[in-house]
Design a protein around this ligand. Structure first.
Ligand code: DMJ
Length: 502
């Protein structure tokens, strides 16, 4: 895994990113079975020695009892939440093996409580939700002299506060969201309008010029909603400008790269993919149109998706995958696909391409079944693992949820049941859920990121209990926070949608 790969793993701190990078390097030395080098009967033997046997044997699976699955999901979510409460209450995250708290920046920004609030509400865990809200109301304070990562704080905290507000109508949550949004605004004060990666919450000072499309283009759902709710257009305008500035730098063939300098606006890495570092930029082009009806976003999506499908999609032995290509030439640079990429079937389905979505979802599930848990990165041409970690990521579950919504094919309920069974089997600990160092050895890592409670459990829940959300009325941000369209305020001016250059 190269440094672009590190950028793609969007962990909260450098130490964690470094650990992942080291893991990644080590994993390239391991040798899982290859697809092409061995004859068919050996391939079958190889399959039988890993969890593929279970996938083959389980083909005519029993029908899924959604209510029973939903109850299991809720119970397991509560197990993780109670572990957090017991060992890490008031801190950012629980370390699920050492049972210690962890704060991203040395002092808590209540990452897990804010990220988990809407899941508690959607699961009908009202007592816990009230307790959580009381903690946030009393203790969440952004007046801190720390540099925070704009992308992560936006998707987890701003997104969580806004969806929490829309679900509970607690005005304190909106006040805190507005305070946070205001403190993040200096990040946009670059010559290009592309946000710096870090901003100091107290001083407004910025750092981090080498960014990427995911970080410059994953802001508009949260900042836009903040504008709609407060009546202050500045949030929408800044995030829209950053999104357009990213789009305007696409190559002649319509792709974006994995790294760009926010001061010069020049690309620092021309590797294109749907993976970490780019993923949610694509997602927000479509979702900005879906949530706000902003035609510029629809235009940008329509100008981007054909290039993605042309240059990144890869047909291999009748399977559909998405790999990497150079943004200028379209030449294939890598056949890597991984846990982060597994969001793409969901986005394809949401934007109307259910056929392609279903094919790619089959590939994601094949990747999962190689070892009974998906790796962070797989080379789909050789079927060798490039990075064997598993961070408890939600993306494959998210796509299963969308595909079931659009097709009602019970195959996706069975898929979800398999994913959940494996997730519990390999990742559960006495105190919560732990990431895996390696999906091959199943050795655990002392990490339970806040997105596990915000996203992974929420998508499992919604798959088996879809009636807890009005699908058409909300758009999920990239951290699975459901945002509701806000009716146009009478006092909103014409600049509400920000600068438009098309
Ligand atoms: C989450 O924080 C978000 O989904 C983000 O867009 C990508 N990575 C994690 C989950 O894997």
């Amino acid at each position: 895994m190269n440094t672009a790969g590190i950028r793609g793993v969007q962990g909260p701190d450098r130490q964690r990113a470094l650990a992942i990078h080291i893991d990644a390097k080590m994993s390239t030395m391991r040798k899982p079975p290859t697809r092409f080098a061995i004859p068919a009967f050996l391939a079958l033997l190889a399959a039988l020695s890993c969890n593929c046997s279970r996938a083959l044997a389980a083909a005519p699976a029993a029908p899924v009892n959604s209510a029973a699955m939903a109850a299991r999901v809720k119970a397991e979510f509560l197990h993780a939440w109670n572990g957090y409460k017991r060992y890490a209450w008031g801190h950012d995250e629980l370390k699920p093996l050492s049972r210690k708290p962890f704060d991203w920046y040395g002092q808590s920004l209540l990452m897990t409580p804010v990220d988990a609030l809407d899941t508690l509400v959607l699961m009908g865990l009202h007592k816990q939700a009230d307790e959580d809200r009381a903690l946030i109301d009393a203790r969440l304070d952004f007046d801190k002299d720390i540099y925070v990562k704009v992308f992560e704080i936006n998707i987890r905290l701003l997104g969580g506060l806004l969806s929490g507000y829309q679900l509970t109508h607690d005005p304190i949550l909106l006040r805190k969201a507005e305070d946070l949004g205001t403190r993040l605004l200096p990040a946009f004060d670059s010559p290009t309008g592309l946000p710096y990666r870090y901003v100091n919450l107290k001083t407004g000072k910025v750092r981090g010029v080498d960014s990427n499309p995911a970080e410059t283009g994953t802001l508009i759902l949260e900042f836009g909603t903040l504008s709609k709710l407060t009546g202050n257009p500045v949030f929408y305008a800044r995030a829209k400008r950053a999104l357009v500035a990213t789009f305007d730098r696409r190559s002649k063939i319509g792709l974006v790269g994995a790294g760009l300098d926010v001061e010069t606006g020049k690309w620092t890495d021309t590797d294109s993919s749907i993976s970490g570092g780019i993923d949610s930029y694509d997602e927000y082009l479509w979702k900005c149109w879906r949530l706000f009806g902003d035609r510029d976003c629809l235009h940008m999506w329509r100008a981007s998706i054909p290039a993605i499908n042309k240059y990144l999609a890869d047909e291999v032995d009748g399977e559909l995958w998405y790999g990497h290509a150079d943004m200028d030439t379209g030449k294939r640079t890598a056949s890597d696909y991984g846990a982060l990429d597994a969001f793409f079937p969901g986005l394809l389905a949401l934007s109307g391409d259910v056929k392609r979505a279903a094919r790619l979802q089959d590939s994601s599930f094949r990747m999962w079944n190689l070892h009974g848990i998906e790796p962070e990165v797989l080379d789909y041409r050789t079927m060798k693992i490039v990075y064997d970690g598993y961070a408890l990521r939600p993306e494959i579950v998210e796509s299963t949820f969308y595909l079931y919504h659009y097709t009602h094919d019970p195959k996706y309920l069975r898929m979800g049941r398999t994913l959940f069974d494996d997730f519990v089997k390999y990742c559960r600990t006495d105190a919560g859920y732990a990431a895996l160092k390696s999906v091959v050895t199943k050795q655990k890592r002392d990490d339970m990121e806040s997105f596990v409670l915000a996203e992974t459990f929420k998508y499992y829940w919604l798959l088996f209990h879809p009636q807890s959300i009005d699908f058409d009325a909300v758009t999920f941000n990239t951290e699975a926070h459901p945002l509701r369209a806000v009716p146009e305020r009478k006092d909103a001016g014409p600049t509400d949608h920000g600068p438009s250059n098309r």
